[in-house]
Design a protein around this ligand. Structure first.
Ligand code: COA
Length: 160
């Protein structure tokens, strides 16, 4: 499918929080988001976007005809072993109506460009194997290698 000419990518601002919250809710895979009121999600995302630091975070939104249809976020991380920094793609989500139109590829390419500007050595993401993006090999088809490594996680007790 051809790339739509009206696609715009730009950095997210706090005023995008409601649209991003809507995209996350539309995934219908995040139990805590589905359980809370839309306003609650929006306020939380506003706070998180405001708390992002330009030297460490890049949050991009994708707009078609002026409406946000997707977003992605990368955190730039120090790694003293490497010659450059790492970029961790923590999220990349499109509204279900916007998938399959190369918008995800365009967002990924924008993060690649940003990685180049920052002399990053690698981009990473964790892709759960039960997700459509994994099943349809989005990252592999985009040229990313699947690493045979263990990912460890410890859930932290809630602070309040
Ligand atoms: C995964 C995602 C970001 C890909 O963006 P996209 O714009 O839909 O993908 P593109 O149109 O650029 O297509 C590139 C590849 O993505 C994959 N893809 C296409 N449609 C897809 C869909 N509905 N769901 C998942 N992957 C899809 C295919 O591998 C496709 O390659 P192909 O055209 O050779 O089959 C997007 O589909 C999405 O947000 N899906 C739901 C949320 C998700 O799974 N996010 C990833 C969390 S890590």
């Amino acid at each position: 499918m051809s790339v739509m000419s009206e696609l715009v990518l730009r950095e997210a601002t706090a005023s995008d929080a409601g649209a991003i919250a809507g995209i996350l809710r539309a995934q219908a895979i995040f139990v805590h988001i589905d359980a809370e009121a839309p306003e609650e999600t929006k306020v939380r995302l506003e706070e998180r976007i405001r708390a992002s630091v330009p030297s460490h975070d890049l949050i991009l939104v994708a707009l078609v005809d002026g409406s946000i249809v997707g977003y992605g976020a990368v955190r730039w991380m120090q790694n003293l072993i490497l010659r450059g920094i790492d970029g961790y793609l923590s999220e990349l989500f499109l509204h279900p109506d916007a998938v399959g139109k190369q918008i995800g590829t365009r967002l990924l390419n924008a993060f690649r460009d940003a990685a180049k500007t920052r002399n990053a050595e690698r981009l990473w993401c964790i892709n759960l194997r039960d997700r459509d993006s994994y099943k349809r090999a989005f990252y592999r088809k985009s040229g990313w290698d699947e690493r045979d490594i263990a990912v460890f996680m410890e859930r932290q007790p809630p602070s309040r």
